[in-house]
Design a protein around this ligand. Structure first.
Ligand SMILES: [Zn+2]
Length: 229
């Protein structure tokens, strides 16, 4: 049984229709409780194809907007399809401060596209972010990035056919118009692969260098304290 809006009884849903989501506000994977539900009588009169419901995140109590497609209008009840669209998606996070400035700008916009379900805009911005990172890496940067991406493919066990469009987006030097169309699943792989690439090329060396500098600072402090004692 799906979610039903009844003219007299309001929202009815079975236990297995519980909605659990990653909350776009607090980031917790939490249960969502119905907070604002449209009036079934009005829906039965106007018969819209889509219906919006507001849920409340059990963890932080923020309102979360979901859009459902109507499956059926009955005499007194409106039955909704199980799947829904999240109008606000959780924001993707990354340690942006380690990226070269230009790459950071491109990658932030790429992640905004992804969070808005604009997967082909996301792919275009990934191409630009990747290109900018190759330039920042200097001579041989693109080749090094390519090798890192192949390692990621192997670690994640992704077959060549699935991986081909990801490689095309990141490394082909053709026109933007020739980029392959990506669906949600492919965009998800591209996202994780590019995050991993940037982690290996910028975040990891940045963190390591910083950590070693801090260690050396304390060692030299100790030395000067010993000398002055
Ligand atoms: Zn929340």
């Amino acid at each position: 049984m799906a979610i039903v809006l009844d003219k007299d009884r309001g929202i009815e849903s079975e236990l297995e229709e519980r909605i659990d989501l990653e909350c776009p506000y607090c980031g917790v994977y939490a249960h969502m409780s119905p907070q604002s539900v449209p009036d079934a009588a009005v829906l039965l009169r106007d018969k819209p194809k889509h219906v919006g419901l507001v849920y409340q995140c059990d963890a932080c109590h923020a309102p979360v907007f979901l859009r459902f497609t109507v499956r059926e209008y009955d005499n007194n009840r409106v039955e909704l399809q199980r799947n829904f669209v999240e109008l606000e998606r959780p924001k993707e996070r990354f340690a942006f401060s380690y990226l070269p400035k230009h790459t950071e700008i491109m990658f932030r916009e790429a992640l905004t596209c992804y969070s808005n379900n604009s997967f082909n805009a996301f792919a275009s911005m990934c191409r630009r972010a990747a290109k900018s990172s190759f330039d920042a890496l200097g001579e041989g940067g693109k080749l090094r990035a390519f090798e890192e991406v192949l390692v990621a493919q192997e670690i994640a066990g992704i077959d060549d056919e699935t991986f081909a469009p990801i490689k095309t987006v990141l490394f082909d030097s053709g026109e933007q118009e020739e980029l392959p169309l990506l669906n949600h699943a492919q965009a998800g792989i591209l996202l994780e692969v590019l995050k991993d690439l940037f982690y290996q090329c910028f975040v990891r060396p940045g963190k390591l260098t910083r950590a070693i500098k801090v260690r050396q600072f304390f060692v030299s402090e100790e030395k000067s304290n010993l000398q002055s004692a």
